[in-house]
Design a protein around this ligand. Structure first.
Ligand SMILES: [Zn+2]
Length: 451
């Protein structure tokens, strides 16, 4: 009977109404049921169906919690592997890099950083004759989704597939699972979970894309959707060019003069909110930005040289000093609270403190302690972040572009946060890692005596 139906209301309905009305005889040998011999309205039949229902509910819950636990441990539990990875032979919950497809993942991210749209990337891969993820899996005998069907849509690379890959954090070595769920064991409809409920575990497998590169691509995707959602490729400054007066994004415009074509950027609200359109020629802007980028990089390189003369430990000592005092104070407070808590318990045991008061005070101290502990870990995190070893990363990032000759989308997105255009062609460029740059300069000033 448990094979026949797990939902006790439905099973009961079949046994008592539907099957008899169709003249169907139902026999369950183990359960000692035969609808010809008795009418199945007895209590034992109802009880059995209820138990079957509860049993499968219980099993479903157990499977769910086992899967949930595995996900939290960063074990891969999905049936299909993401393109670029394979399941390890020894451990089916472990992802390993697929040497054949990982380079294609790298190419896809690189093409995006070079300013190509998802549709263009898909076309390029199709032109090169590279198999789409589904076709690749089919040819190599790996499991693939879509119910095993190859359709016109998934046989070739599409913009959707490319975007799904570009947004998948799994390529940075972070396991992301639990994106979808089902309502319960009876309804198999798939429900998408909000991003805040996804399970993230870092460094569970080898990364194909660095975290930094991934973040840049996310930023590019964000800028692209805000500026040119349907365009084939994006302009050099798409999403980054802002009117200095009204804060609006500048618009690109082609002006034909005789046989010549000129490209301009202007503020679209110019005539209303803004006093001026801040019209600026594209080639003038490119030349100016390129010049500034070069200057900024060379100043970072000399900053780096100066820094190599400063002992890391000395810098770190200063940073530790800055936070150390505050952390020590908080730690003292935490110790005090712990002491109060234990004396509270002693007083309760001795009978000095009534139970109700004990409970109330205990709760109060516990919540206070939690707050202080949170503050301490936040301070430690801040301290760790500022320590010298982390700071170098952004310098290396700029140094990669030290031989820059011309501006491409990749360089613009990786080096520049925003470009503001003001009246009289005044331009204000905010570079990436601006705050790190400023802090380092400030720190060097304070270290003058040391260098
Ligand atoms: Zn404006």
């Amino acid at each position: 009977m448990s094979r026949f139906g797990r939902d006790y209301i439905q099973t009961g309905k079949y046994l008592r109404q539907i099957l008899p009305s169709l003249g169907v005889r139902f026999i369950a040998i183990n359960d000692n049921i035969d609808t010809l011999k008795e009418n199945c309205t007895g209590l034992d039949v109802s009880l059995k169906t209820i138990i079957n229902d509860a049993y499968s509910q219980d099993i479903s819950k157990k499977i769910r919690s086992v899967l949930e636990q595995k996900r939290k441990e960063g074990l891969y539990v999905a049936a299909f592997t993401p393109y670029g990875y394979q399941k390890s032979e020894e451990n089916k919950n472990q992802l390993i890099v697929d040497e054949q497809t990982a380079p294609i993942i790298k190419d896809i991210f690189k093409m995006k950083l070079d300013g190509m749209s998802a549709a263009r990337i898909a076309d390029t891969l199709n032109e090169k004759g590279i198999l789409s993820p589904v076709m690749y899996k089919k040819q190599n005998g790996y499991a693939y989704a879509k119910g095993g069907y190859i359709t016109e849509n998934n046989a070739k690379w599409s913009a959707t597939t490319i975007l799904r890959i570009l947004k998948n954090e799994i390529y940075t070595g972070t396991m992301v699972q639990g994106k979808k769920t089902t309502y319960n064991y009876k309804l198999k409809n798939i429900i998408k979970k909000p991003k805040s409920e996804w399970i993230y575990v870092e460094n569970t497998h080898e990364a194909i894309i660095s975290k930094q590169e991934f973040d840049f691509v996310q930023n590019t995707l964000f800028l692209d959707t805000r500026t040119a959602p349907h365009k084939e490729s994006v302009y050099l400054f798409s999403g980054l060019l802002i009117c200095g007066d009204c804060g609006n994004r500048m618009t690109r415009k082609t002006v034909t003069c005789g046989k010549k074509k000129y490209l301009y950027y202007y503020c679209p609200t110019g005539k209303k909110a803004c006093t001026s359109t801040h019209m600026i020629k594209e080639d003038e802007l490119i030349a100016c930005v390129l010049e500034s980028v070069k200057k900024h990089i060379s100043s970072i390189i000399s900053l780096d040289k100066l820094l190599s003369n400063v002992e890391n430990t000395r810098i770190n000592q200063k940073i530790v000093q800055k936070y150390g005092k505050e952390i020590a104070q908080k730690e003292q407070k935490a110790e005090e609270l712990k002491r109060f808590q234990s004396s509270l318990y002693e007083n309760y045991i001795k009978g000095i403190l009534p139970k109700q008061d004990y409970r109330m005070l205990k709760e109060e101290y516990t919540s206070k302690l939690k707050i202080v502990e949170k503050e301490i870990s936040a301070l430690n995190e801040k301290l760790e972040k500022e320590l010298w070893h982390d700071r170098k990363e952004w310098i290396e990032h700029f140094k990669k572009f030290s031989n820059i000759m011309e501006l491409d989308r990749n360089a613009v997105v990786q080096l520049i946060q925003s470009v503001k255009i003001f009246e009289k062609k005044q331009i204000e460029i905010t570079f990436r890692y601006q705050s790190e740059y400023e802090e380092t300069t400030k720190m060097l000033h304070s270290q003058k005596g040391v260098i």
